[in-house]
Design a protein around this ligand. Structure first.
Ligand code: BGC
Length: 753
């Protein structure tokens, strides 16, 4: 397979069409006559789901390492760790004969209820995009491809195959496409998977603007667009719109439709050829990179899964330094709640991994503290319901022990692909257990196993310590023991807000939609963008997480007080470990524009770093900002715009714990000049250096002169430029206004009409 174009020329129309759908559920079509082999694809994201029976859509899968789910891994805020997991997934893929891993998923967490949130990273596109890029780099460094999914706006499972996500252009660009854009541009995934849903009325599987104009023409994506399994509606318009490969296969009826459409002239054969070329390129790449494998080292990957799980868990609360427990102390510990022996560590649906082994938390705790004595009580029924007998036994055990560890969470089946949760509640039996135990045992720590926020309202104020274990994969139990007994210092931070009530969530009134449509009425204001702008207090804010040590944030220094569009800015500060233990801190950088023409959130994440420090040690942390980090998307101008002016740079330990600030001024020459047109206010024109000089040059002296003589009345300043003829009572005519706009546009680099 050298000259792919020559190969396409040798193919019959039928062969070309057949290549555009899979041969089976997990393989592409091979064409023996031309020496075209097939490739194998497999789910993702947090482990391999390679079906044991070849070609079966639903089949038991071969054991593979179940790493922490994306919702957990994101809480590590650790690009290097995510890259390492990617490499491990790549090597498992090779060992199991998989060429393309159907991962990662980078959709935004718009509501805590989305059944698939555990498969996604964050409510923030910068964090999600960067972690997805690290994941892709890791997998693809092993010669295995990735398939970034689900493109786009698949933010709920309710009616996922039919619902139309109604999202304004600006919101799409800044929130729902942004993580895809970042991952595509930073890491170049081999393929991308369109979603099931419609976007503003059109199925994404046939959305030309999405699959071609934005993805390929703007972002430069060169890989294959694959349909989600069964997402194809109209195969022919999908192909023309940019959807290359239909999965699962085979799909003879659609192959025949492609042939017929070309014959009848309804489909340009060049569109088909383009798709075929891209698929051939993927196949060639996959086989070029494929080769010898070293087999799967189960134990090594389990250890990595444990390290990753520990780095991903979040210590949400630790009053009176209840944790860590002293492993050398021969005390008594009550382990309460069935999830202490049957952990919940992944969700349901296509991402479900058949793990190579599973750590049992109770066993791991015993191993971590051999001198302590442990008791165990189930605490609640298997289905989560309360049971008076089980509860009574647990309360007695809690009373008799010196410390209680209560294991709760969302039972298997609650979080899954295919449906959303109805509420944020924990099962009643779990809540009862926490409340009853904490009444008799003040030294109680709760361990929470869940892939999306749950309601903490009834009990969070009563418990001194709370560890978010998340859905941390098969080694979750070992990681919990590492953290509770201080073998590892917690360093995870929330990648999504834990709201005080479901009703506080900004999508609450617009979820899950009705009559086949869901309006993203909250616009840009999802997650902390909403809670922080609206000053709605959550239980735990975005970016929050505690450590067993403490960190001091030193003063911020900027590489310059001013920034130009072509330049970049470095923001640095020293971070010091001021406590007794080694630890890692996640440092976050947010940008807050002082003023903006269009509404903007009060702050947005534009940098993060994880730094490890020995006690007393200090290290510099440096972030680099570019013009894009200050920009918003102006749908009227179809471009990213950063207005000149001042921007505050906030560095903090969470979105609500800002430790230092500095301000940078964005100076002339930015693309903000594109902003000025006849509808822009006179104020905007005067405030812009290029705008002002154009006015002064082209307006009659008596009008221009007024701009120099102290401030004009505010109501005049707010009028659009096009009202100058009226305002000047004829001294300025319409042609002059047009000239001003055109000439200002030229010196601003805007194409003249
Ligand atoms: C899911 C995808 C998955 C595919 C193949 C679909 O139901 O939405 O994420 O990759 O199935 O299992």
């Amino acid at each position: 397979m050298e000259d792919l174009e020559a190969l396409v020329r040798q193919m019959t129309l039928e062969e070309k069409a057949s290549l555009c759908s899979g041969a089976t559920a997990w393989t592409t079509e091979a064409i023996a006559r031309l020496g075209i082999p097939s490739i194998v694809v497999s789910d993702g994201p947090h482990g391999l789901r390679r079906p044991a029976e070849e070609g079966q859509l639903l089949s038991r899968s071969i054991p593979a390492t179940c790493f922490p789910t994306a919702s957990s891994l994101a809480c590590s805020w650790d690009r290097d760790l995510v890259r390492e997991i990617g490499q491990a997934l790549g090597s498992e893929s090779r060992a199991l004969g998989v060429h393309v891993l159907l991962a990662p998923g980078v959709n935004m967490k718009r509501t805590p209820l989305c059944g698939r949130n555990f498969e996604y990273f964050s409510e923030d596109p910068y964090l999600a995009g960067d972690l997805a890029a690290a994941y892709i780099e890791g997998v693809q460094s092993t010669g295995v491809g990735t398939c970034l999914k689900h493109f786009a706006a698949n933010n709920q499972e309710t009616d996922r195959m039919t619902v139309s996500a109604e999202i304004p252009e600006r919101v799409l660009r800044e929130i729902y496409l942004s993580a895809f854009e970042r991952a595509v541009q930073k890491a170049r995934p081999w393929s991308i998977m369109c979603s099931y849903n419609r976007l503003n009325g059109t199925y994404t599987s046939q959305h030309r603007q999405l699959l071609t104009d934005v993805l390929r023409d703007e972002w430069g994506f060169e890989g294959v667009v694959i349909s989600d399994w069964g997402a194809v509606e109209d195969r022919v318009s999908g192909l023309a719109a940019g959807l290359d490969l239909e999965m699962p296969g085979p799909s003879p009826a659609n192959d025949a439709r492609i042939v017929e459409a070309v014959r009848s002239g309804r489909l340009d054969e060049r569109d088909l050829d383009r798709a075929v070329l891209r698929i051939l390129d993927l196949v060639r790449r996959a086989h070029r990179e494929a080769g010898s494998t070293e087999g799967l080292d189960v134990e090594l990957h389990h250890q990595l899964a444990r390290r990753a799980a520990a780095a991903s868990m979040v210590l949400l609360k630790n009053q009176g330094a209840l944790l860590p427990l002293d492993p050398a102390r021969p005390g008594s510990v009550a382990v309460l709640g069935q999830m202490g022996v049957v952990p919940q560590f992944q969700g349901g649906g296509s991402s479900r991994v058949n793990p190579t082994k599973v750590d049992v938390p109770l066993d791991e705790l015993r191993e971590a503290a051999p001198q302590a004595s442990f008791s165990y009580c189930q605490g609640y029924r298997e289905d989560g319901a309360a049971d008076a007998e089980l509860l009574r036994a647990a309360v007695e055990a809690a009373r008799a022990a010196e410390v209680a560890l209560v294991f709760v969470g969302l039972p298997d089946g609650v979080e899954s692909e295919g449906y959303d949760r109805r509420a944020m509640d924990l099962p009643a039996g779990h809540v009862e257990l926490i409340k009853s135990v904490v009444e008799v045992q003040p030294r109680t720590a709760v361990v929470l196993q869940n892939g999306a926020p749950v309601s903490l309202a009834d009990w969070v104020d009563r418990v001194p310590a709370l560890l978010l274990a998340g859905l941390a994969g098969q080694a979750s139990g070992g990681a919990v023991a590492d953290l509770l007994f201080g073998e590892v210092n917690p360093s995870g931070k929330l990648a999504e807000t834990y709201p005080a009530r479901l009703e506080d969530n900004p999508s609450y009134l617009n979820f899950p939609g009705e009559n086949g449509r869901v309006f993203y009425g909250e616009g840009l204001f999802i997650g902390y963008r909403y809670y922080d702008t609206k000053r709605v207090d959550p239980f735990f804010p975005f970016g929050h997480g505690l450590s067993y040590t403490t960190f001091a944030y030193g003063p911020l220094s900027l590489s310059s007080r001013e920034m130009t569009p072509a330049g970049s800015l470095e923001v640095s500060l020293p971070i010091t470990n001021t406590g007794e233990r080694p630890g890692e801190e996640v440092v976050q950088l947010y940008v807050r524009p002082r003023r903006s023409r269009l509404a903007r959130p009060v702050k947005e994440l534009k940098g993060f770093a994880k730094v490890d420090l020995a006690p007393g040690q200090s290290k510099p942390v440096t972030f680099t900002l570019t013009i894009r980090d200050l920009s918003y998307y102006d749908p009227d101008k179809s471009g990213w715009v950063a207005e000149p002016g001042e921007y505050d740079l906030l560095v903090g330990a969470s979105s609500r714990d800002i430790r230092g600030e500095a301000t940078v001024r964005l100076v002339e020459g930015v693309r903000a000049e594109q902003l000025l047109d006849a509808d822009s206010s006179i104020r905007a024109w005067l405030e812009h250096p290029a705008g002002r000089s154009t006015l002064e040059r082209l307006l009659p002296a008596e009008v221009a002169g007024q701009f120099g003589e102290g401030p004009l009345p505010p109501f005049v300043l707010e009028l659009p430029l096009k009202k100058l003829p009226m305002l000047s009572q004829g001294a300025v005519d319409e042609t002059t206004v047009e000239r001003i706009v055109a000439e200002a546009g030229q010196c601003m680099g805007r194409p003249t009409p």
